[in-house]
Design a protein around this ligand. Structure first.
Ligand SMILES: [Mn+2]
Length: 199
C-alpha cells in the first residue's frame, strides 16, 4: 500500500484551518483549534485510530465554537478522503462497542464512498464545561460527509456527558483504524462488487 497522507487548507470568512493526516501513523496528534475540549476529543480520534493528525484552526470563537468544530470536521474529512485515494486494499467495514467506565457506545463504519451519518446519541446536558454537546453530532456529520464514509454511532447507555462524548470519538477512532487496515487476503483489490468506493 502506498503511503496514505494528505494535507488540506481551507479558508472562509468564518474559519481558517489547516489539516495534515498520515493514516498509517502511530497516533501522534498536534491539535490547536482554540477549543480546549475539542482538542481533547481530536487527540482521542488520532490516538485510537493511529492516524497522525495535525490540526490548526483560527475560527470565529467570539461567536461560538460551531463554525470551528464543523469546519474542522470538513477539513479532516477532506484530508482523509484525499489520503485514502481509490481505497484499494482496505478492510472497509468495522464496528466496535467501546466501554469507558459507566458508558458504552457503538460505532459502525463502512468506508463506502457514500456519505451517511446515523446518530443515536443523546446528551443529558447542553454543555460540557463551555462546549456545546450538540456540536459532537455536527463534527461527525461533517466528517462523514467529507470523508465519504457511512457512520452509525449509538450510545447504549452512560451517565457522564464527558464520557459519552469521549466514547463517540474513541469508538469512531477504533472503528476507523480497523476499517482502514490493509486486507492481507486482497491487498490490491477495491473491496466492492462495483469496483469503486469513490461514491
Ligand atoms: Mn476525557
Amino acid at each position: 500500500m502506498a503511503p496514505r497522507s494528505a494535507e488540506v487548507s481551507r479558508k472562509t470568512k468564518e474559519t481558517e484551518i489547516s489539516v495534515s493526516v498520515h493514516v498509517d501513523g502511530t497516533g501522534r496528534s498536534e491539535m490547536a483549534t482554540g477549543v480546549g475540549f475539542f482538542d481533547h476529543m481530536l487527540d482521542q480520534l488520532s490516538r485510537h485510530s493511529l492516524i497522525d493528525m495535525k490540526v490548526s484552526a483560527r475560527g470565529d470563537l467570539h461567536i461560538d465554537d460551531h463554525h470551528t468544530v464543523e469546519d474542522c470536521g470538513i477539513a479532516i474529512g477532506q484530508a482523509l478522503s484525499k489520503a485514502l485515494g481509490d481505497r484499494r486494499g482496505i478492510m472497509r467495514y468495522a464496528s466496535i462497542d467501546l466501554a469507558m467506565d459507566e458508558t458504552l457506545t457503538r460505532a459502525a463504519i463502512d468506508v463506502s464512498g457514500r456519505p451517511f451519518l446515523v446518530w443515536n446519541v443523546a446528551f443529558s446536558a447542553p454543555k460540557i464545561g463551555t462546549f456545546d454537546t450538540e456540536l459532537v453530532r455536527e463534527f461527525f456529520q461533517a466528517l462523514a460527509q467529507n470523508a465519504g464514509i457511512t457512520l452509525h454511532v449509538t450510545n447504549h447507555y452512560g451517565a457522564n456527558n464527558h464520557h459519552i462524548a469521549e466514547t463517540c470519538f474513541k469508538a469512531v477512532a477504533r472503528a476507523l483504524r480497523m476499517a482502514l487496515e490493509s486486507d492481507p487476503r486482497q491487498p490490491d483489490a477495491v473491496p466492492s462488487t462495483k469496483g469503486s468506493l469513490k461514491g
